[in-house]
Write a protein that binds this ligand. Structure first.
Ligand code: MRU
Length: 376
């Protein structure tokens, strides 16, 4: 996507490392940072300079590249794998990317590993762009049809940031929105602010604004009210992990939007590239690890003052305890459809298997990273 007319990806190779857009300072500042070591990559993921399931995976893959450039021995490789895997627990793309890198690198001699790692990570980044663009095309057909039936502006609600900043390019949930806007379909996006880290207010609003997509930022609790009054035509969100049965785990608060959409008969779509599917699990509520983050994300708010100075303010009484769950699970029964790079399917094991039969999935990725057996 473009920023002020200049095409960008969220990460790219530079001499001596990998350049990323530092998402902790958006929307008030546009700054890039250079990752020079595997530890830099791990820090960037953990501290959320980069975030979003697909981008976390590709950044981890480049973390392996950086490790291979300094020490490509078996012990260093396995340590890098474990260090990067431990950065964030919920998005399965992280494990997917690291498994894929390990499968490529371990059979090679150490001297061959740096070049092979770079090739594999670059392929993964390009593949992410292609998968998301394809999601955009499939989602576009849905939006086209909804807008044709309704006439006028199509009002779309989204939660968190599942845009190009969360991926290498295009985004997952936002890809169909960009495609629709580019095709001249009148769209307007309700952007949930997404407390506590405000990925909607600071990242989605910024992205959409830069691309000229009409949008309005709302507090997280406004969605239900807007749906009851006919101001929302469709919801679309991303996911950090989708089970083999179609349960989806996304940023905390997604479940409540799905419930409100269900109560109001509003379609609720989830957009995902196949690396976000965890074929090893079926029950999202029982089996997906939910990240818990620091109390300061809830107890404080960071922003910019009237004279442009950055500041962080406490908003809690001293001593009040805080809990901070990062994600929740939306059961498959509340999902109208999963929009993948291979098309749209029901949120169910049968639906997913129609698009991703076991054999073609294995052939696609040349390895067998997941337990792909059908349950007895
Ligand atoms: O905690 P974050 O900002 O990494 O959470 C990101 C999300 O929840 C996105 O919706 C998800 O990764 C899907 S992204 C394309």
């Amino acid at each position: 996507m473009k920023i002020d007319g200049i095409p960008y990806r969220t990460l790219w190779e530079v001499a001596g490392g990998v350049e990323i857009i530092d998402q902790t300072v958006l929307p008030h500042e546009f700054k890039t940072a250079t990752l020079q070591t595997m530890e830099d990559a791990a820090h960037a993921i953990k501290a959320m300079l980069v975030r979003g399931a697909p981008l976390i995976g590709v950044t981890a893959a480049y973390g392996m590249v950086l490790q291979m450039r300094t020490n490509a021995g078996d012990a260093a490789l396995l340590n890098a794998y474990e260090t990067l895997l431990a950065t964030r627990p919920t998005a399965v793309n992280l494990r997917w990317a690291l498994d894929r890198m390990k499968a490529v690198l371990l059979p090679l001699q150490p001297a061959e590993r740096a070049a092979a790692a770079q090739k594999a990570a670059a392929a993964m980044a390009d593949e992410d762009v292609a998968l998301n663009e394809s999601i955009g095309d499939h989602g576009l057909a849905i939006f086209q049809e909804l807008q044709r039936r309704k006439g006028g502006v199509l009002n779309i609600l989204t939660h968190c940031n599942a845009g190009w900043l969360a991926c290498v390019d295009w985004g997952t949930a936002l890809a169909p929105i960009y495609k629709a806007h580019n095709a001249g379909i009148p769209v307007h996006v309700w952007v949930d602010e997404t407390r506590p880290r405000n990925q909607g207010a600071s990242l989605t609003a910024w992205e959409l604004g830069r691309h000229g997509v009409p949008h309005t930022v709302i507090v997280d609790n406004a969605g239900g009210h807007l749906m009851q009054h006919g101001f929302v035509d469709v919801c679309i969100v991303g996911t950090d992990r989708t089970t083999a049965c179609g349960d989806v785990c996304n940023k905390i608060g997604t479940y409540l939007k799905a419930l409100a959409a269900h109560d109001n008969g509003i379609p609720f779509y989830v957009a995902l590239p196949s690396p976000t599917i965890d074929w090893t699990i079926r029950d999202g509520l029982k089996e997906i690890p939910i990240e818990q983050r620091g109390a300061e994300e809830v107890s404080h708010i960071t922003g910019i003052g009237a004279s442009g100075e950055k500041g962080t303010l406490s908003i809690l009484p001293k001593g009040s305890p805080v809990s901070n769950y990062g994600f929740d699970v939306t059961p498959a029964r509340y999902v109208t459809g999963l929009i993948t790079e291979r098309g749209v399917c029901p949120a169910s094991e049968e639906g997913l298997r129609q698009l991703f039969p076991v054999e073609t999935f294995q052939a696609l990725y040349k390895i067998k990273p997941f337990n792909t057996e059908t349950p007895s």
